[in-house]
Design a protein around this ligand. Sequence first.
Ligand SMILES: N[C@@H](CCC(=O)N[C@@H](CS)C(=O)NCC(=O)O)C(=O)O
Ligand SMILES: N[C@@H](CCC(=O)N[C@@H](CS)C(=O)NCC(=O)O)C(=O)O
Ligand code: FES
Lengths: 104, 104
Amino acid sequence: SRMEESIKRTVTENLVVVYSKTWCSYCTEVKTLFKRLGVEPLVIELDELGPQGPQLQKVLERLTKQHTVPNVFVGGKHIGGCTDTVKLNRKGELEPMLAEAKGK
Amino acid sequence: SRMEESIKRTVTENLVVVYSKTWCSYCTEVKTLFKRLGVEPLVIELDELGPQGPQLQKVLERLTKQHTVPNVFVGGKHIGGCTDTVKLNRKGELEPMLAEAKGK
Ligand SMILES: N[C@@H](CCC(=O)N[C@@H](CS)C(=O)NCC(=O)O)C(=O)O
Ligand SMILES: N[C@@H](CCC(=O)N[C@@H](CS)C(=O)NCC(=O)O)C(=O)O
Ligand code: FES
């Protein structure tokens, strides 16, 4: 579908992409984490897209099996939500992932 | 106002009250925390009350200066949101507060 293609293009053309909602503290946490690591994520606020928001959230669910926000991609790879991202960082695996994706 | 009186009654008649939204992970965290401490909070899901939800959230803001969820009360006392509650627990101050309120 067109939205699916648009998501795939977005996540491959941007180092970090976070599908988010403006009021959500878990989304805030994940955006802050990336900024602290020196990376400016591309943030797509699903609640600011009118009726397109829920549509996008549905397509994301089809693509990632995840229906929640934040929905996080690094180097085109789906890494999960807030807890997954924080875990990856605590294990020391997030920064190497970012460095490798940057290098490409 | 009637809603203000209803909130005051609710928070004084229940050991722990959490004003919450069903989809919110910060609210889930706080509910889980109290259950782990052996306390069953009274949970009011603001997104399940139709038009009353936003009204209640406004009155809570007037009463507590807090417009966000979760909005947490222990022993009738406003303690704050998720971060405040977690902090209080880490400092070892939450359980004494619960014990004292239970005693009353
Ligand atoms: N463990 C997940 C929790 C994700 C989650 O439950 N997200 C909530 C918001 S905090 C959500 O998307 N709720 C449904 C919605 O807002 O559409 C994570 O760490 O990201
Ligand atoms: N630091 C606060 C953050 C509270 C917060 O930003 N809550 C969000 C949801 S996670 C909120 O209420 N947003 C506005 C709304 O949903 O009406 C806490 O720990 O509770
Ligand atoms: S909406 Fe509260 S943490 Fe996401």
